[in-house]
Design a protein around this ligand. Structure first.
Ligand SMILES: Cc1cc2nc3c(=O)[nH]c(=O)nc-3n(C[C@H](O)[C@H](O)[C@H](O)COP(=O)(O)OP(=O)(O)OC[C@H]3O[C@@H](n4cnc5c(N)ncnc54)[C@H](O)[C@@H]3O)c2cc1C
Length: 397
């Protein structure tokens, strides 16, 4: 009989069989010996009982961290995530090693973000600087290591350790997360948010949109949060790829396809003037140039949008040039430029200036940093500030 293949042939992703390790959990059991307080009966208060105090839409880096801090600070929250597993993009970061932050002073990190992001991110990064991000993960059982250039990774070099620490903390703080829960729409009615998911609807007093940018859409980030914000009165900054390779035809690239240059200087010139210079790894690929040096240069192009420019790189004692190369598509972009305009969000609270009770964190905002742990730092620190402000604004009963 011919073998007919179907979905039953595919390995089950997340249901461990007996004796197999659950990929979601570290194996660290819930802390024993510490008696868990019984939930106190709900006292009458300003929220109707069926209204959630705080809903977090999206369980990526920002949403998960927000959920953990909400749980740890006593803000009852619920996370809704469209994928069957949380933090899909987080697991891909740093080639699976997760470069979670950069151990540099806040002033240096802010200057490297540059533009309007420098002042916008100052309150968030000052409240949750790289050292505090590191301390949080170390406190939650993830030893870290700092490279010579300041980039910080889990000592195990496993992004899964970062995801486990976050998911375990949700469990330990009794913060519920609902997977396979794609949110379809968000409306504001009678002072509450109405959240419509595929198979259920909820109401919430405060909502944090943490649905990410639009790069690597298979990880679940497809720009839904931006559309909900638009329907609630926000405008949107058009998307451009933030960190992406250059498509280029050049005899030197052709000859060197497959080669990685660990440290190369690259420049962007406009009318002969060097407007951007950086160095880092350059990967020669069949379609052009990738690696951190090319990605960071593409960020300049994405932000400034020059009509024509020269991209040049140094290799083998020579300087090579290509004229106005195209960048790879948005869906391959490591960070998204565009999204919720920073002027429409209060940098001191991460709350919307347009719609009361709405908060934003992470890449859904028009924030993108260079490679090296900047984008996760921004996701973690904006999430922390949003939770702190939402908690202050809710009179919990
Ligand atoms: C390949 C790659 C490598 C990277 N490496 C690094 C690195 O080493 N260091 C670094 O700092 N940055 C890195 N980044 C960037 C970093 O991963 C992102 O900036 C960061 O994940 C953004 O976090 P976020 O929570 O805002 O969004 P995301 O992590 O994208 O999370 C958004 C979540 O919202 C969910 N969601 C979306 N729509 C809905 C909906 N309708 N209903 C319910 N849920 C929804 C998504 O499924 C997703 O889980 C990398 C990115 C990529 C693609």
């Amino acid at each position: 009989m011919p073998h007919i293949s179907g979905f039953w042939d595919r390995p089950r992703e997340s249901v461990p069989t007996k004796g197999q390790r659950n990929p979601y959990h570290t194996g660290r059991p819930r802390a024993q010996g510490v008696p868990r307080p019984l939930p106190s009966p709900r006292k009458p208060g300003p929220l109707p009982p069926e209204v959630l105090p705080f809903a977090i839409l999206g369980a990526g880096a920002a949403g998960l961290f927000a959920g953990c801090l909400a749980g740890e600070t006593g803000l009852p929250a619920l996370l809704l995530e469209r994928k069957s597993r949380a933090g899909c993009k987080l697991l891909m970061t740093g080639n699976g090693r997760c470069n979670l932050t950069k151990e540099v002073p806040v002033s240096r990190m802010l200057a490297d973000f540059g533009g309007t992001m420098e002042s916008f991110l100052a309150p968030a990064l000052n409240a949750m600087p790289p050292r505090s991000i590191m301390a949080w993960f170390e406190r939650h059982g993830v030893p870290l290591k700092t490279m010579g250039d300041g980039r910080v990774f889990p000592a195990s070099e496993k992004a899964t350790d970062i995801a486990h620490a976050l998911v375990d903390t949700l469990r330990d703080t009794d913060t519920p997360i609902c997977l396979n829960a794609e949110v379809l729409g968000l409306r504001k009615e009678d002072g509450f948010f109405s959240i419509q998911a595929q198979t259920f609807a909820l109401r919430a007093k405060r909502v944090l949109i943490a649905t990410g940018g639009v790069g690597y859409p298979k990880t679940g980030s497809v720009g839904d949060g931006q559309q909900w914000a638009k329907a609630l009165g926000h405008t949107l900054v058009p998307y451009r790829p933030g960190l992406v390779g250059f498509v280029a035809e050049h005899p030197w690239i052709h000859r060197n396809a497959g080669r990685t240059l660990p440290r190369t200087t690259v420049r962007v010139r406009i009318d002969g003037h060097a407007v951007y210079e950086g160095d880092g790894q350059l990967d020669c690929l069949l379609w052009g140039l990738g690696g951190a040096a090319a990605y960071n240069a593409s960020r300049y192009i994405g932000r400034e949008c020059p009509r024509t420019f020269t991209f040049e790189w140094e290799a083998d004692g020579q300087t090579f040039r290509i004229e106005t190369p195209k960048t790879r598509p948005l869906k391959e972009s490591i960070a998204t430029i565009g999204g919720i305009p920073l002027e429409e969000v209060d940098p001191e609270t991460m709350s919307s200036r347009i719609c009361e009770g709405l908060y934003f964190a992470g890449e859904v905002l028009d924030i993108d940093g260079p490679t090296g742990g900047y984008n996760l730092s921004a996701a973690f620190s904006t999430a922390a500030l949003a939770v702190r402000s939402a908690r202050k604004s809710i009179r919990l009963v």
